[in-house]
Design a protein around this ligand. Structure first.
Ligand SMILES: [Zn+2]
Length: 415
């Protein structure tokens, strides 16, 4: 396993080496390492999930880096499968187009473009689009559906190739990439080289403020190496000739940060939003490692409540299933120590996951029609960020007496 995971010795944002461990979660297999039937029951390699705080710049991060080839080449997350995300991306594209008004037809590049959902809305508005994504199947499909997508990791070399074969980009987007990549300096350099004068780089990442405040600890998994806050990012971008000039909070993934970046000294002026978020981070003392150490105790309390409720339900003879097999369910099920066999099956709407088995625990993932056929007593909503949508969609399950158990951000049993 030595070749598949290594531990960094320096901070991902500032290269500082004064790194303090603030939280240690149960080791897990990669969160998206769903396995086929023939591997059920066979041990899967697990990797550490330890969170470190950089004493120099305040960046919160994993230092154990699982080989990105293992994490991303057979990635099974497809954004277009979730109607909530499709709408999110449509609004996102429209916001960027309305606010920054790139010239008609100008290049829009999406790094980590997944199935091309976001780019499809830029294309509809008349922009030239290019996706970059290392997942083979997903990028091929996107190209076939008319969103040109290069199957690759974004680097300064790739950025030069885009400049050569296309043109500098007036809009560059990257959603979750800034949390999902080990070498952020290389990506940021590539962005600085590719951005046209007056252009804007927009990114979304889970926001440390929300992860911390709402105990969204299950968003911690190996793909997700960085837990960003405005403070450390504001100090990071100038190292590569960029500047963060605006930032806002958006609801994706239980709470995310959308940042707006331009070439240093560019024409876009700040609106005070960066300072407002910095103030929130200061108030929560997220620049202090002690605060982050307390986070572990809050996760433990949430875990005790959740497993207590689950234990009582099982003891009373209830059958248990789950809804949604997002990456974060791997962390939650492992860290809360849910024993194999407690959850009979997981319903997931993505055909790419159906027929596979969950990482580590090997719980079968099935299509939604199985739910009413088998009618478990309780459905744990592992995709808790879509809890309302899932409960509404499964009203028939509830009408027949099924209950929903939501684990995060607060444990709730809904009759
Ligand atoms: Zn640092």
């Amino acid at each position: 396993m030595a070749e598949t995971c290594h531990r960094r010795s320096a901070c991902r944002l500032c290269a500082g080496i004064d790194l303090q461990e603030v939280l240690s979660l149960e080791p897990t297999p990669p969160a998206n390492a769903f396995v086929p039937k023939e591997l059920v029951g066979k041990d899967q390699a697990v990797f550490p999930l330890d969170i470190f705080f950089c004493q120099s710049c305040g960046h919160v991060q994993l230092l154990d880096v699982v080989d990105p080839k293992i994490l991303f080449e057979n990635y099974v997350y497809v954004s277009g499968t979730s109607p909530v995300f499709v709408k999110h991306f449509e609004d996102y594209a429209n916001d960027v187009l309305n606010t920054y008004q790139p010239p008609k037809g100008a290049m829009v590049v999406d790094i980590g473009s997944n199935d091309g959902t976001l780019l499809s809305f830029f294309k509809k508005a008349g922009q030239t689009v290019l996706g970059i994504d290392p997942a083979k199947g997903i990028s091929q499909d996107a190209t076939e559906r008319g969103i040109e997508t290069w199957c690759d990791f974004f680097t300064p070399e790739l950025s030069a190739k885009i400049n050569q074969e296309h043109a500098p980009a007036h809009v560059i987007t990257a959603n979750n990439v800034f949390a999902h990549a080990d070498d952020l300096t290389s990506i940021a350099r590539g962005i600085a080289d590719l951005l046209a004068p007056g252009g804007v780089f927009v990114f979304e990442v889970s926001y440390l403020v929300d992860v911390f405040k709402d105990v969204l600890f299950d968003t911690i998994y190996h793909e997700h190496m960085a837990y960003h806050a405005v403070g450390p990012l504001q100090r990071f971008f100038p190292q590569v000739g960029l500047e963060l000039f605006a930032a806002e909070r958006v609801p994706s993934h239980g709470g995310s940060l959308r940042g707006f970046v331009q070439l240093a000294g560019g024409t876009h002026t700040g609106d005070g939003s960066v300072d407002r978020l910095l103030e929130i981070e200061r108030r929560l003392k997220l620049d202090d490692s002690t605060t982050l150490k307390e986070f572990g105790a809050r996760i433990d309390r949430l875990g005790e409540t959740f497993t207590g409720v689950l234990r009582e339900l099982v003891a009373a003879g209830n059958t248990i299933a789950a809804y949604g097999a997002p990456a974060k369910c791997t962390t939650l099920l492992h860290h809360f120590g849910i024993a194999p066999g407690v959850i009979e099956f997981i319903v997931d709407d993505s055909p790419l996951k159906q027929g596979l088995y969950s990482p580590g625990l090997h719980i079968p993932v099935v299509a939604s029609d199985v739910l009413l056929e088998r009618m478990p007593d309780v459905l744990i909503i592992l995709a808790w960020n879509f809890a309302d949508v899932i409960m509404e969609k499964n009203a028939e399950f509830r009408d027949k007496g099924g209950k929903f158990l939501i684990p995060v951000p607060k444990v709730r049993l809904c009759p």
